[in-house]
Design a protein around this ligand. Structure first.
Ligand SMILES: Nc1nc2c(ncn2[C@@H]2O[C@H](COP(=O)(O)OP(=O)(O)O)[C@@H](O)[C@H]2O)c(=O)[nH]1
Ligand SMILES: [Mg+2]
Length: 195
């Protein structure tokens, strides 16, 4: 079973991407779990036989975010056995630690946790290393891949600038560029990367 964390600021297209990927993987006969950690503009459809949506909202204010996510996963696995799980996370400090917590506390055979896939809103992102907040740099630095989404809203030159900044920040990062709205770009390559 794979757990894939999708990070990025609100509005970058995390929910849109997860819904698209869930559609792709369920069409291939896989069962998909989704853990949502914030309510956003676009919501998920109700759970079905193939897709199980779990909101990680704690009734215990002192519980930490990571604790909530780990418990949402354990809760989900008590009733649903997904092949692939997406966790939608907005800004989180130290996403690497969430990965460690999951590996330590979620006891599922053959578990593979993929580091963050970091979503960038091409329209909002300022491609200037000096101006990127530290928490964004941290997220990029713990990401396996970055997706520059909403490319329909910008010029090709800006996409190149964003790509340059991402690769300069983290030379080993894989960068995919697409527009989920227009259904164009490297989405198939991302699916390949995740499969
Ligand atoms: N123009 C444009 N809008 C997009 C694209 N992908 C998503 N959106 C829109 O961006 C908004 C935020 O998307 P959402 O998936 O909710 O982002 P999240 O907050 O990161 O989960 C929604 O109104 C989407 O319809 C895209 O490629 N181009
Ligand atoms: Mg969302």
């Amino acid at each position: 079973m794979k757990i894939i964390m999708i990070g990025g600021i609100r509005g970058s297209g995390k929910t849109s991407l997860i819904r698209r990927l869930a559609g792709h993987f369920t069409a291939r006969g896989l069962k998909v779990g989704i853990v949502v950690t914030e309510l956003g503009e676009i919501e998920y459809n109700e759970s079905s036989d193939e897709v199980f949506v779990k909101h990680s909202v704690s009734d215990c204010v002192s519980c930490t975010f990571r604790y909530d996510v780990v418990h949402a996963l354990i809760d989900m696995f008590s009733t649903f056995t997904p092949d692939i799980v997406f966790i939608e996370i907005a800004g989180i400090a130290f996403p690497g630690r969430l990965e460690e917590d999951i590996e330590e506390h979620v006891d599922v055979a053959g578990l593979e946790v993929i580091p963050v896939i970091y979503m960038v809103d091409a329209a909002e992102f300022i491609p200037d290393t000096e101006k990127i907040p530290k928490f964004v740099i941290d997220q990029i630095n713990s990401a396996a891949a970055a997706c520059i989404n909403r490319i329909d809203l910008v010029e090709g030159e800006k996409i190149e600038q964003i790509k340059y900044v991402l690769e300069k920040t983290r030379p080993s990062i894989h960068v995919f560029c697409f527009s989920l709205k227009l259904n164009k770009g490297d989405l198939d390559d991302l699916i390949q990367f995740l499969s």
